[in-house]
Design a binder for this molecule. Structure first.
Ligand SMILES: Cc1ncc(C[n+]2csc(CCO)c2C)c(N)n1
Length: 228
């Protein structure tokens, strides 16, 4: 069994919690509140900005032309393609995409971004990949699970979202990240593998918490809220 297969197996508990989360199931049934969808897009727009910056850090640390091209293509993919699922949510709630951009990050999204930034700045190349991989991998599997469970047709309100993530593009992104991490892991010592394991699991946990953050419209505490 290769290293990323082991990671997937060790984190199956979190993957299952993600598939069963009420926000994710709400995408499948088509019943999810407008507030939760708007909260998700606000946080995810900023999350994707940070994700591109982290790919930029990974690119700057790459020596091989092939790796540079991969990170460059992924930044392009986020800029030009990852907006489609956001448009699907915006159209459904009848809100202009621009009005959901530039908002401060709620605590969980803030934590997730800083977790990835930490590994990008402080860790080895394989640690960065370990922290990034749950992002495409959990979404690819969510897309596939929802396709299988709900078999949506074009009339389903989230048909575009579900088919986007179940698509070959996200499969390819995941496959390429896994391939790179598996190669690096072959020569990694146990201590380094443990750090990758930790970074990967925490990103899976933060993926789960990101759904919960959107579902509960999580926000930072302040005196007004505490006293009300
Ligand atoms: C919280 C959060 N996690 C994952 C994704 C999905 N996603 C983000 S970037 C990317 C491509 C990676 O190269 C994918 C599949 C998301 N939108 N929001």
């Amino acid at each position: 069994m290769n290293f990323t297969d082991q990671l997937r197996e060790e984190n199956n508990d979190i993957f299952q919690l993600i598939f069963n989360h009420p926000f994710v199931q709400g995408i499948g049934t088509g019943e999810i509140s407008k507030d939760a969808l708007a909260h998700y897009i606000k946080a995810d727009f900023e999350y994707l900005n940070a994700f591109m910056q982290i790919y930029g850090i990974a690119l700057s640390k790459s020596k091989k032309r092939d790796d540079i091209a991969y990170f460059f293509d992924q930044i392009n993919f986020i800029l030009n393609d990852e907006i489609h699922p956001h448009h699907n949510f915006c159209n459904h709630i009848g809100v202009d995409y621009a009005s959901l951009q530039g908002h401060p990050l709620p605590p969980t999204a803030d934590h997730y971004i800083k977790h990835m930034m930490y590994h990008a700045q402080m860790g080895t190349s394989s640690e960065i990949l370990g922290a990034l991989l749950p992002c495409p991998w959990t979404y690819l599997e969510i897309g596939r699970e929802l396709m299988e469970q709900y078999n949506p047709n074009k009339d389903h309100p989230f048909y575009d979202w579900i088919s986007f993530y179940a698509s070959g593009d996200v499969d390819n992104t995941t496959f390429e990240l896994r391939k790179r991490l598996d190669i690096l892991a072959e020569n990694a010592a146990k201590d380094e593998k443990d750090l990758i394991r930790e970074a990967f699991r925490k990103s899976c946990q933060l993926e789960l918490k990101f759904w919960e953050m959107a579902y509960t419209c999580e926000s930072w505490p302040n005196a007004e809220k505490v006293n009300s």
